[in-house]
Design a protein around this ligand. Structure first.
Ligand code: NAG
Ligand code: NAG
Ligand code: NAG
Ligand code: NAG
Ligand code: NAG
Ligand code: NAG
Length: 321
């Protein structure tokens, strides 16, 4: 090996070390290990570029590792975004070191590992972070079979349903004095298309009596944390039929009374209108009969006698002058 080649070798080697060193030390991408998101809400995956001096970002990519999809790419001053994913900073630009990713509407399928990669004019770095997604059960809805008019000492099946949890949950049952009926109930859990669970618990009250009408169900996570509760009152058939009948009577009275009043006042009004019309036409007929006598005079609505009086007055004025 000649001296020249040895020198060249060292120069190249040294240059490589420098380049490698600079790209590793000047720019560092820092992300927290795990983030927590809630189904149906926004989630933030925070990553920041740490640099010794001012750097300009050339490229940013955000990838979902599990689905192996590119969610966001910034390159050559343009961003390519997948709907539902964007920079967390509203007006992000290449001088903004906060390259956090925002999920605008988190879904169960979004949970998993993410990778962020950054290239700057002073070096590159990449980092991974993971997203945990949880979802809560909604307030349960309750119904019964039969629904209403339930007779004493018949069996009544009550349902307590809830959806939206991210894990199979539990449903507990209590009556109005707090007796735990959970062991007599049947729970059905189903995973829905969106990766969430729906629960339906069925509890049959044997020989239900109207002294125990109020039943409560509680929805809990598999760990026993309460997420929602609801109460249901069994709709027994009314027992006092007499008072109910009287009630019906008064209702029907007002039902026929209203139209009668309306029609009655309409007829009265029509009659009054007819009377007025008739009286007017009689007057008009009388006035028309006086027309020949008043020929030469202008037609007037004033009474004939007034016109005569006026004529006399003017005559009086003439004589006095
Ligand atoms: C590598 O980086 C370190 C820390 O910044 C620095 O002290 C060192 O001089 C660099 N080495 C080279 C060969 O540039
Ligand atoms: C970094 O950039 C900002 C704004 O562009 C400037 O105010 C600041 O002086 C710069 N700092 C360094 C160390 O160059
Ligand atoms: C990054 O930006 C997001 C959204 O504006 C903000 O919530 C977060 O606190 C920022 N992170 C840092 C370290 O500034
Ligand atoms: C609860 O679920 C059961 C069975 O899936 C259904 O028959 C019932 O109507 C549901 N009740 C309510 C209030 O959604
Ligand atoms: C109700 O009963 C269920 C099933 O036996 C039990 O797991 C639960 O701890 C009980 N809850 C209360 C509050 O007693
Ligand atoms: C039924 O019982 C629950 C729990 O004890 C109570 O909160 C609710 O008000 C009751 N409902 C009725 C209609 O009495």
């Amino acid at each position: 090996m000649t001296l020249a080649t040895t020198f060249l070798f060292f120069v190249i080697h040294f240059a490589c070390i420098r380049a490698g060193n600079s790209s590793e030390t000047f720019v560092k991408l820092e992300c927290k290990e795990e983030f927590h998101g809630v189904h149906g809400q926004q989630s933030l995956l925070q990553c920041n570029v740490k640099a010794v001096e001012n750097v300009t970002i050339l490229t940013v990519t955000w990838k979902n590792m599990k689905a192996d999809t590119l969610l966001l790419e910034y390159h050559k001053d343009t961003s390519i975004l997948t709907p539902g994913f964007k920079f967390a900073e509203p007006s992000w630009n290449k001088n903004n070191m906060n390259v956090s990713l925002l999920l605008t509407n988190t879904k169960m399928a979004d949970k998993g590992l993410y990778e962020c990669m950054v290239r700057t004019d002073s070096g590159d770095d990449k980092a991974t972070t993971s997203l945990r997604v949880t979802a809560k059960y909604k307030t349960p809805t309750m119904s019964s079979i039969p629904e209403t008019n339930i007779k004493e000492n018949t069996d009544v099946t009550i349902f307590c349903n809830s959806t939206g949890g991210h894990q199979k949950g539990l449903i507990w049952w209590f009556d109005q004095i707090g007796t735990n009926w959970t062991r007599s109930a049947e729970l059905l859990a189903k995973e829905t298309d969106d990766g969430l669970y729906s629960l339906s618990s069925k509890f049959t009250v044997l020989k239900a009596t109207s002294s125990y009408t109020n039943y409560t169900c509680k929805v809990l996570t598999v760990n026993g944390a309460e997420e929602g509760m609801a109460s249901f009152v069994i709709q027994f058939a009314p027992q006092d039929l007499g008072s109910k009948g009287a009630n019906f009577d008064s209702v029907s009275t007002t039902n026929w009374l209203a139209p009668v009043v309306v029609i009655g006042s309409l007829i009265t009004g029509l009659l009054a209108a007819l009377l007025i019309f008739k009286r007017r036409s009689v007057q008009r007929a009388r006035r028309q009969s006086t027309f020949p006598l008043m020929s030469g005079h202008q037609t007037d609505t004033r009474h004939d006698r007034d016109v005569e009086a006026e004529g006399l007055n003017s005559e009086d004025q003439h004589t006095s002058l």
